[in-house]
Ligand binder design. Structure first.
Ligand code: IMP
Ligand code: MG
Length: 186
């Protein structure tokens, strides 16, 4: 017996919706078209960053119409809601062979950019033909690095966001929308 999970607007009293599930779906479809054009006739591997990218990867790969493989790499800089960086740990034990592959590195959010930069350095050692980056969200005014993502879904203000894979202390990843978790709840 199935029950529909009905999320109320007041799902969490201190959360408000920044980007709806419908808006996400429409934008992910557009990104899929753009990426499919770029990677025609290339050996594409979509490489998601665990855990935050899982929902984005699952939707994005279904909107990419060219043949491709999917794999994952782990990255964590454990810090809960405080978005100030600690040390970034990379886990490559689950990562597929990337030799000669055109890698699209996919993460949930580009905040300071330090995670993506560290991952790019690590991936470069795996002998890929190319590396590009795609993120669902790109936070304003936070970058500490020289690079920018090659593809992004939405620019967002400097707020702490949850849902669609993004967590606060590992909760809220399942929410279908992007929400802002207000200060007092963190
Ligand atoms: P960066 O290395 O500062 O770009 O941060 C990237 C990682 O920090 C993401 O993969 C997220 O796990 C986490 N992060 C940054 N901002 C947020 C946020 O607003 N909500 C949830 N996670 C965030
Ligand atoms: Mg993350």
């Amino acid at each position: 017996m199935h029950q529909t999970l009905k999320l109320r607007d007041d799902w969490h009293p201190e959360m408000y919706t920044l980007i709806t599930a419908d808006q996400i779906a429409a934008r992910v479809a557009e990104l899929g078209v753009q990426i499919s054009t770029v990677y025609q006739n290339r050996p594409l591997t979509v490489l998601g960053v665990l855990n935050g990218s899982v929902i984005f990867v699952a939707d994005l790969m279904r909107s990419i119409s060219v043949p491709h493989r999917v794999g994952f790499v782990q990255a964590s800089s454990y810090r809960g809601a405080t978005t100030e960086g600690g040390e970034i740990r990379i886990g490559t034990s689950l990562m597929p062979d990337l030799t000669g592959r055109d890698v699209l590195l996919v993460d949930d959010i580009f905040d300071t950019g330090r995670t993506i930069v560290r991952l790019q350095q690590e991936l470069a050692r795996a002998g890929p033909a190319s590396i590009q980056t795609a993120v669902l969200l790109w936070k304003d005014g936070r970058s500490q690095v020289e690079i920018t993502p090659d593809y992004h879904g939405f620019r967002i203000p400097n707020e702490f966001v949850i849902g669609y894979g993004l967590d606060y202390n590992d909760d809220y990843r399942h929410l279908p929308m992007i929400g802002v978790l207000e200060e007092e709840e963190r």
